[in-house]
Design a protein. Structure first.
Length: 118
């Protein structure tokens, strides 16, 4: 499985960005896709996940109410709409594919940088 993330950039605090992640290859092995982020000097942290079949979503408390994850099954693409961005949202954002059999995130995209200026 290959994951291609895009959509990062520079935005002012309070602004919005939409990230996309397109999956290709043996995508049938996945049951969901998520977004993680890693800020400078910090560990990678979970942001949000969406299930393929039921579309069930789950968010980190830090982004709940501001970020929305969605998926387009026909395009094997997941989106992360980020609103009301804060400087602390600055990070490299990674999309990840979750394996149905193990529930582990075994597939990772290359990361896209989001910078929020104050």
């Amino acid at each position: 499985v290959q994951l291609q993330a895009s959509g990062g950039g520079l935005v002012q605090a309070g602004g919005s960005l939409r990230l996309s992640c397109a999956a290709s290859g043996r995508t049938f092995s996945m049951d969901g896709m998520g977004w993680f982020r890693q800020a400078p000097g910090k560990d990678r942290e979970f942001v949000a996940v969406v299930g393929w079949s039921g579309g069930i979503t789950y968010y980190a408390d830090s982004v709940k109410g501001r970020f929305t994850i969605s998926r387009d099954n026909a395009k094997n693409t997941v989106y992360l709409q980020m609103n009301s961005l804060k400087p602390e949202d600055t990070a490299v954002y990674y999309c990840a594919g979750r394996i149905a059999s193990t529930r582990n995130y075994d597939y990772w995209g290359q990361g896209t940088l989001v910078t929020v200026s104050s």
